[in-house]
Structure formats: C-alpha cells, structure tokens
Design a protein around this ligand. Structure first.
Ligand SMILES: Cc1ncc(COP(=O)(O)O)c(C=O)c1O
Length: 390
C-alpha cells in the first residue's frame, strides 16, 4: 500500500496528483514571469492593452466577433442572462448535472431555473429541453460538460422553434468543437471560466463572455465595471465590479497560445486511459458515439457502481481523484431547489469519478492509475451491473 504521512487528505502528497500546478508553472515560467513583470512595469493594472489583446485573441480562438473578460464564469452567465433580458417571472432551462454556479446565475436574475436530465454523455438531452418549455421559458443554458460540446443541432433547433435565447455554459469546454464549431460560438453568448484548474486557467478567478452580438458585448463591457462607459464617463446601468484583471489577462494570453497543444495532450491521455481500461467490466468510459464532436477532456470521467470503494482504493494507492458531484444540487437543502426528479443525474452522482487529467499528466501517471483500477476490479470479482456501451 502507498505510504502516507500523518496528515491525511488535505496535506497528502499523492503519488499521482489530480493536477500539478507547480509543474504547470515550471514549464512556462519564463513566459509567465515576463508577462507579469512587463505588465507591472508598465503600470497596466486595469482595462489596459493586455486585456484588449487577450479579448481579441480569445474571440478569434472561439470564432466570434467579441470576447469580454470578466472575473468568473458565474458573472459571464449572469451578465449574459441579463443581456438577454431575463428577469423575474421568466423560466430558464438548464441541466441538473452542472456546477451550482450555472443555476445561481439564473436565480440571481430573479428567474426560475428549470432543471432537465442529461444523456449518457453528461450533456443536455434536446428532447428533455423541448419537453420543459412553457410560455414563460425565455432562455436555455446548455452546459458543455467535461470538455464535450452538447448536441447543438438539437438544442438550437428547439430554441429556434420556441424563440428562446441560448446562453452556453462553456466553462469546461474552451477549444472543444461540434461540427467544427467551437464551444461558445453557437448561442447568443458563450460563458467561459479561467478558474486556475480549467484547461485555460488563470492565477485566480476569471471568465469571459463571447458573442457575435454587439449589444451583448457592450452590455457586458459596461456592466462588469459599474455600468460606466469609460469614454464618456456616463453610467448606464447599476452594474457590478467584475473585471478580468489586467495582469490575469496578460497571463491568460500567454497560456492561450499553448492551449491547442495542451488539449492535444489531454486527448492523448484520454486515449491511453481508454486503451488501458476498455476491457475492464463494470466501467463506463467517456468515449461516446458521434464523430461530429472534438472533445477537449477538461475532465476524464468514468462511471462505476463501485465508485466509493474504488475511490478509497485509489486514495490508498496514492492516486488522487475527484467526484463531480456527489450529490444533486437539490440535495443541498439550503439552496431551496425543488427536486425535479432526474434519474440519470441522480445515477451519475452515485457513479462518477474523475481520473487525473491535465496538460501535465504523465504517461507514467496514467500507467499507475490504470493498473490500480484494474487491480481493484480483478481482486474483487463483482457482478457486472452496468450495461450501457462504453
Ligand atoms: C459547468 C460550470 N459552470 C460554471 C462554473 C463557474 O465558473 P467560475 O468558477 O469561473 O465562476 C464552473 C466552474 O467550475 C463550471 O464547471
């Protein structure tokens, strides 16, 4: 068994860490240090050229006209909903299987979140979205989870039929595509997160709105900075203080240049997990049908009914894993969300486990993780209870 120090869990140094932020920094230290010191030396702290450059490069990368840097994906979602005119009395459809921020952004506009179930690729089922539409539905937030874009043909068709605004939660999907189009370029707005452990991670919280709509871009640009038009000095909205900091933008701009090769690495790691694990019964792997998708593998999520035992076993072997999320959102009573009765979302919460995955994950780490998982299942003969295709 892998030996741990006295301080378990929090201070555990894993043989295979889930991610390795120190190694991430070490590899591009020169470029990052230069971006930071150059920005500081110029005194460019707020709304300066580095932010404009990053926004331009991000928009180009996503394939839209505008990108507006904000301080989180939560704010990107909230501002996009406000830009779409969402408010009290409206309903916004999204999935039950997402991070709580997606739903909080809806709640904070005063609208009602309507949660629907996901397909086996963890993304919104277009028919479930269609069935949830009422005369009050004004927007939908498809969430491109784990680096896989939703079936945007299906979702855009339903939205068009009902005249509903589409706001993409692309927090986990920068660089992923569907039919060659990048996440964040399908709807009225796309919302991204640069939380440090995202594929494009900053030095702290960060996010962006992407859009082709000049009104949405202008709204987000003003509302992120207290509603002020900086050129005229006029305040147009009761806004927020939610800028993407200039130093952050400079660092993100450096990292954006590396993103394609980091995604290529993630895809390589995913294919190695597949090779190593596809013969293991009782496991469902995240390789789905549909060659119109290019997945960026923000997370490599496997499913097993023996999730908790497997996780403990991996922890004992020094392999760090995460679970997103162990309990459906409505299980958190203080959020006061009604239980929408979503069986697939509930099953997912019981069964998912995310394996180590990042641009720094080594082939050796994959080997260790794979052999530990195989050992776990071979040493414990268990009835095969999961049936869906891998
Ligand atoms: C699917 C999803 N939506 C929204 C968010 C919120 O992003 P942020 O932390 O940048 O507000 C996250 C962050 O983990 C996420 O995974």
């Amino acid at each position: 068994m892998f030996k741990r120090g006295k301080e378990e869990d929090k201070h555990l140094s894993y043989r295979v860490p889930f991610i390795d932020p120190r190694e991430h920094y070490r590899r591009i230290k020169g470029e990052i240090d230069f971006a930071i010191t150059d920005t500081l030396a110029k005194g460019d702290l707020v709304l300066r050229q580095q932010l404009r450059d990053f926004e331009k490069n991000l928009a180009e990368f996503v394939g839209v006209k505008y990108a507006v840097g904000v301080n989180s994906c939560y704010h990107a979602l909230h501002f996009s909903l406000l830009a779409a005119g969402i408010g009290p009395g409206d309903e916004v459809v999204t999935v039950g299987h997402t991070f709580v921020a997606t739903v909080s952004a809806i709640v904070h506009t005063g609208a009602k979140p309507v949660l629907v179930d996901v397909r086996d690729d963890y993304n919104m089922a277009p028919d479930k979205f269609d069935a949830a539409v009422t005369p009050n539905t004004k927007a939908v937030i498809p969430v491109h989870l784990n680096g896989r874009v939703c079936d945007m043909d299906g979702i855009m068709a339903v939205a068009k039929k009902h005249g509903i605004a589409v706001i993409e939660d692309a927090a986990q999907a920068l660089g992923a595509t569907f039919r060659g189009k990048r996440a964040g370029s399908f709807g009225l707005a796309g919302c991204f997160s640069f939380y440090p452990f995202k594929s494009l991670g900053g030095l702290g919280d960060g996010g962006a709105v992407t859009t082709d709509d000049p009104e949405v871009a202008r709204f987000a640009t003003l509302v992120r900075f207290n509603g002020e038009d900086r050129l005229s000095g006029e305040f147009h909205y009761h806004g927020y203080t939610a800028l993407l900091d200039n130093v952050q933008a400079a660092v993100l701009d450096v990292k954006l240049r590396h993103l394609p090769s980091w995604i290529a690495h993630r895809r390589k790691i995913a294919s190695l997990y597949r090779e190593g694990l596809e013969a293991t019964e009782s496991l469902r792997l995240p390789h789905f049908s549909g060659d119109q998708h290019f997945d960026s593998y923000q997370n490599y999520v496997i499913r097993t009914e023996h999730r908790d035992e497997l996780r403990q076993y991996l922890r004992d072997q020094g392999v760090e894993t995460l679970v997103h999320w162990a309990k459906p959102m409505w299980g958190h009573k203080d959020l006061a969300l009604e239980n929408p009765g979503l069986p697939e979302t509930e099953n997912i919460c019981r069964e998912v486990i995310s394996l180590p995955m990042s641009a720094e994950t080594t082939l050796e780490s994959v080997d260790i993780t794979v052999s530990c998982i195989r050992d776990f299942f071979t040493s414990r003969p268990m009835p095969l209870r999961t049936t869906a295709a891998r």
